[in-house]
Design a protein around this ligand. Sequence first.
Ligand SMILES: *Cc1c(COP(=O)(O)O)cnc(C)c1O
Length: 381
Amino acid sequence: MSRISFNKPHLTGKELHYISEAHALGQLSGDGPFTKRCNTWLEEQTGCKRALLTNSCTAALEMAAILADIAPGDEIIMPSFTFSSTANAFVLRGGVPVFVDIRRDTLNIDETKIEAAITSKTKAIVPVHYAGVSCEMDTIMAIADRHGLLVIEDAAQGIMSTYKGRPLGSIGHLGCLSFHETKNIVAGEGGALLINDERFIDRAEIIREKGTNRSKFFRGQVDKYTWVDIGSSYLPGEIVAAFLWAQMEDARRITQKRLSIWGEYQVGLAAMERDGVLRLPVVPADCTHNAHMFYVLFGNLDRRSEAIQFLNQRDITAVFHYIPLHSSPAGLRFGRSHGDMTVTDDTSDRLLRLSLYVDMTEADTQKVIEGLVAFGRSISA
Ligand SMILES: *Cc1c(COP(=O)(O)O)cnc(C)c1O
């Protein structure tokens, strides 16, 4: 039997059709008909005031850092248990990431530790919705409100997930999504900036278009376009948007399929959790999730290493992440921690991610479950 890979990007079958349509139209730079369709879909799907397709979630985070007017020395509160881009986007502007610990249950930023990390230099809070499960947004928005801070959601993993009925990325002032091939809805490389606070719309369009008012020009609002602010090239071309459109059309079905695989894992591994061999993901009652990830937590680092080896021998790939940012070379250089990072460090040692992709067969999923069950037996024997 062949090896079960960790991830395989799913194709809906319509991608090449839309790409050839874009090609035939001959408008290949950004903001053509496919980009507009994707933006509108995102606005309808999330209820944000304006959605702008970007080259990546990293690009959307960089735009957010510019919109937040991050200046050298400004502090941005975020978890350490995340991907480099969450912090890097702000460091590029001279900002200082201030890392706080995560919650034991959802592995999201511990909202009870945010307020103590706020100083006179704090500008923004960046909650990361790990595994597509929402942070405690009501509390985070209330803290931001009390202290006059911006909230920029890193919703890279959060498309089609909700918090109290509200789509992720639509709750903070700004939200950032990813369509990287490892995410649920893919464009190869791609992302979007969701703008929920209208005062950012005009400037966001300018930043995304190399600092020019080109978008206004195309809408006939100015008679020539020119360089008006800082910016970069943050918009994808139409070929990427055409590919992404095929995925967006199928977003509901893709999410359903992922949720069914996630559910099989949850049922298949429940006994192992009862036996204390591992812990399963926690989804709070007021959250719906998108099955971006299925992870398990072992008792300690050695157990996890044994599990990886055991599964490997059975042709099952399982991977871990993140090396916490607060202990990474760049995190040490550019950021600082507030308070102890016990849960972050501990989680980083114990977490294991299981294969989860749309085209996984029932047999694949069962093989992974059986592999883990066999591992559980091997350590109790
Ligand atoms: C994937 C990811 C990103 C980066 O997304 P890109 O689209 O690859 O730039 C940022 N933050 C988190 C939490 C992610 O999972």
